[in-house]
Design a protein around this ligand. Structure first.
Ligand SMILES: [Zn+2]
Length: 353
């Protein structure tokens, strides 16, 4: 009778231990199964009432059950400790009190930032971006733009020539300005309808190359943004309006523009455009060399010979063109003293933008 009772006490205790999953529940289990008022202790209490000859066997059996339950209890204590540790490793591995590690974030090159601003302003005025080639022939870089061989203006734009089996009269070179793109663009547009070519409104950004001494003001490679508008009834007023508006959007709505007569072979008439110095407001300072004005770009009405070379009849069509240097604009805006910083790849410089 007591033997069966001990057996069921043990089975019951073992099966309820399976459901124990924390220290509090384990203590409740210990009190219920090994505590003073537990059924097992009740069996020990009854031993004295048993016939003498049965006591040793039942006593031994009761002790075995007690030891078995105690060892199961000890095993469960260890198991819960490990489970606790595992849980804390899993959930507390991120110590939010530690300072974070900085992930370096790249950024756009200052010239790219300036270029994108220029694109945006002209996009709002209806100009599209036209990409032209970096490698050109003398014909496109000079001749078609009204720089005949031996023209003195060529002196200012010595280039890097590419070796090969080329025509001596028409060598291949790295473009010295973005202007040859004007001819490519006009010819491409004119091809669509040679008898009535469509109007053009484009900007031509890109890298230019000059074989000249590198100084704080001059690099052997630099970016330029060319602009070209061709159509019927385009006048110098359109040129002035477009560029004055550009200057306002680029440098501030109060900024005043000044057009000075100049000369370029591929425009007639030609002008240089200055803006009122945004450092001193026109009073004169070292940045504007005490003049109150900053030179920003060159421009003019497209020369009839250039229109002709592009496939646009200068008796019917007119146009204007301009060219600016994003390096110069960036240098003026951020007072960068040396153009060579832009290509030196020094993070101490680049990270400031
Ligand atoms: Zn100034």
């Amino acid at each position: 009778m007591l033997e069966q009772q001990l057996e069921s006490i043990e089975q019951e205790a073992i099966s309820t231990l399976d459901n124990v999953d924390d220290a509090e529940a384990l203590e409740t289990w210990r009190v219920a199964n090994l505590g003073r008022s537990s059924p097992l202790m009740g069996v020990f209490d009854q031993l004295g009432q048993l016939p003498k000859e049965e006591r040793p066997a039942i006593g031994r059996l009761a002790n075995q059950v007690k030891q078995s339950l105690e060892s199961k209890h000890a095993g469960k204590v260890e198991f819960l400790k490990l489970a606790d540790l595992r849980r804390s490793l899993e959930t507390e591995q991120l110590d939010v009190t530690l300072p974070g590690r900085n992930i370096p974030i790249g950024r756009l090159h200052p010239i790219t930032q300036t270029l994108r601003q220029i694109y945006q302003i002209f996009a709002e005025m209806g100009f599209q971006v036209y990409q032209s080639r970096d490698v050109e022939t003398d014909e496109y870089n000079f001749q078609l733009l009204n720089f005949p061989p031996h023209h003195p203006a060529r002196e200012m734009q010595d280039s890097f020539y590419i070796e090969g089996e080329f025509d001596d009269e028409n060598p291949v070179l790295l473009r010295t300005h973005t202007s040859p793109g004007q001819i490519h663009a006009m010819r491409e547009y004119a091809e669509e309808n040679p008898h009535d070519p469509p109007p053009i409104r484009i900007i031509l950004p890109g890298m230019c190359y000059r074989h000249e001494q590198v100084t704080t003001r001059a690099e052997s490679q630099f970016t330029q943004v060319e602009g070209l508008a061709v159509g019927k009834d385009i006048t110098f007023s359109d040129l002035k309006g477009t560029l004055s508006d550009f200057n306002k959007r680029m440098f501030g709505m109060q900024v005043r523009s000044r057009f000075r007569a100049s000369h370029f072979p591929f425009t007639e008439p030609s002008a240089e455009v200055d803006i009122e110095c945004f450092v001193c407001g026109g009073k004169g300072c070292p940045v504007c060399k005490r003049t109150g004005w900053l030179e920003i770009l060159g421009c003019g009405m497209v020369h009839p010979i250039v229109l002709q070379n592009g496939g646009y009849d200068p008796k019917i069509y007119t146009g204007f063109a301009f060219g600016m240097g994003p390096e110069r604009i960036t240098m003026l805006r951020y007072r960068v003293e040396d153009i060579r910083y832009f290509w030196a790849n020094d993070l101490r410089f680049l990270e400031q933008f």
